[in-house]
Design a protein around this ligand. Structure first.
Ligand SMILES: Nc1ncnc2c1ncn2[C@@H]1O[C@H](COP(=O)(O)OP(=O)(O)OP(=O)(O)O)[C@@H](O)[C@H]1O
Length: 333
């Protein structure tokens, strides 16, 4: 539905986005992940028309297969494409990292205000305010002053504001940062609900568990380049393991040497020593492999998104997935 094609952006001499391309489909939750400074916010700002790209295209493929294209260079231009960019913006809603509502207004007043900003009539803005607050579970807070709401409710109010003009794509920039677990669950449920209603969602988050739970596809970027893209299952192909064993031992060198003899790759995740098991193995079988070496504890775990993420963002050499039976994760570096 939305295709981002070869977007480039530099701040002065610093190239921040380099030929970044990805696409988001209707009803899909697409996770855009990457370390601090990778270029996620810059990408979002370009999608929303807050920032101009140097090169590239944004293409909206509508249901009738009629494409509308915007050269992002001109999204904010007073000279060109202004009417087109207005209609472009009406397709997208954003809940930015920082809440942007007016603290002293009520929930309803905020929604009506933003509805009118998007060009809705007074009547429609009021109607949409009621509908959106209902959608995000804030019906009983319609007349509450925004700043009196809990942190989780404030995030849901931000999401309601992003939805007030019924956009086809909603951008959620770190929607659960700073929230407690219950508030997080509520946001996750809301994201699932929106997705089931065919809204496309672009999600950025540093919480990999969140992306793992919610996203149908994930793009991982670093230094403005898309390193890998695919479903969680497809991305698992980047980690050469069926399962991971986390080992605590006073004899780490011995464990590593034995692992290499056995053909197990190993990684350090922080202070944890992790063995990448090429097949699923029982604990007893793993322990037998290290017979004679002191092992304090051993824990098996499945390959998680955090393992994949580290593999992709910290791999120095170029990744390659060329076998016929290899996962369909797209290789972009
Ligand atoms: N206005 C600006 N002027 C100069 N450099 C900038 C500007 N805004 C961002 N940058 C730089 O561009 C790069 C990408 O920043 P961006 O905020 O897009 O990354 P990010 O992936 O969103 O990071 P985070 O996860 O920390 O939010 C960073 O190196 C940042 O320092």
């Amino acid at each position: 539905m939305l295709e981002v094609r070869k977007i480039c952006k530099a701040y002065g001499n610093k190239q921040v986005l380099q030929d970044l391309s990805f696409a988001i489909n209707a009803g899909e939750v697409y996770g855009l992940l990457g370390p601090n400074g990778a270029g996620k916010t810059t990408t979002i700002s370009i999608l929303c028309g807050l920032l101009q790209a140097d090169h590239g295209e944004l293409i909206w493929h509508d249901h009738q297969e009629r494409d509308s294209r915007i050269n992002p260079q001109f999204i904010n231009s007073p000279r060109r494409n202004l009417s087109q960019s207005k209609s472009w913006r009406s397709l997208i809603g954003i809940a930015p990292q920082e809440n942007i509502f007016y603290k002293n207004l009520t929930c309803a007043e905020n929604l009506i205000f933003f509805g009118k900003l998007y060009g809705l009539t007074d009547r429609l803005s009021r109607q949409r305010a009621v509908n959106c607050l209902d959608l995000v579970g804030l019906s009983d807070r319609i007349d509450s002053i925004a700043e009196k709401l809990s942190g989780g409710m404030q995030r849901r109010l931000s999401m309601a504001i992003a939805l007030v003009h019924q956009p086809l794509l909603v951008i959620l920039d770190e929607p659960t940062t700073g929230l407690d677990i219950e508030a997080r669950y509520e946001i996750w449920e809301l994201i699932r609900k929106l997705s089931s209603q065919d809204t496309a969602i672009l999600l950025t988050t540093h919480m990999l568990e969140e992306a793992e739970r919610l996203c149908q596809r994930i793009g991982i970027i670093k230094q403005g380049q898309l390193l890998a893209e695919g479903s969680l299952q497809e991305l698992r192909g980047y980690v050469p393991a069926q399962e991971i064993a986390i080992v605590q031992t006073p004899c780490e060198d011995l464990v590593i040497a034995r692992s290499l003899e056995l053909g197990f790759a190993y990684r350090h995740y922080g202070k944890d020593l992790a063995l990448l098991l090429p097949r699923t193995m029982e604990l007893k079988e793993i322990l037998e492999c290290f017979d004679g070496i002191v092992i304090d504890s051993l824990m098996r775990q499945p390959v998680r998104l955090e393992n994949i993420y580290i593999e992709i963002t910290q791999t120095k050499s170029k990744l390659s997935l060329q076998k016929d039976d290899s996962p369909k994760a797209i290789l972009l570096m």
